[in-house]
Design a protein around this ligand. Structure first.
Ligand SMILES: [Zn+2]
Length: 91
């Protein structure tokens, strides 16, 4: 989880113009979500959701620009899926 440097609110991923940002739900502060951040985000999610195999193919090996874009897309989809799952699991 990432928290807002301004107000300490929870930062959630939002998609805009083909990029993913982390946005504070409380004050609206935004920062671009880097793939490394996304990875740590997902790694933590993975820990929370035991047994979920979601980052097995996500390995660093000197990615080209194209691979980077694919990865970012992949991460975005993962994040979307994770948040959809969370919503479905709410009681
Ligand atoms: Zn904030």
């Amino acid at each position: 989880m990432k928290f807002c440097p301004r107000c300490g609110g929870l930062m959630v991923p939002v998609k805009r113009e083909g990029k993913t940002y982390l946005k504070c739900q409380r004050c609206g502060y935004e920062e671009e979500l880097k793939s490394n951040d996304a990875k740590s985000y997902i790694d933590k999610k993975k820990v929370e959701k035991k047994g979920a195999v979601i980052v097995e193919s996500y390995e660093e090996k000197g990615p080209s620009e194209e691979e980077k874009e694919l990865k970012e897309d992949y991460v975005k989809q993962l994040l979307d899926n994770l948040y959809e799952e969370e919503k479905e699991q709410e009681d």
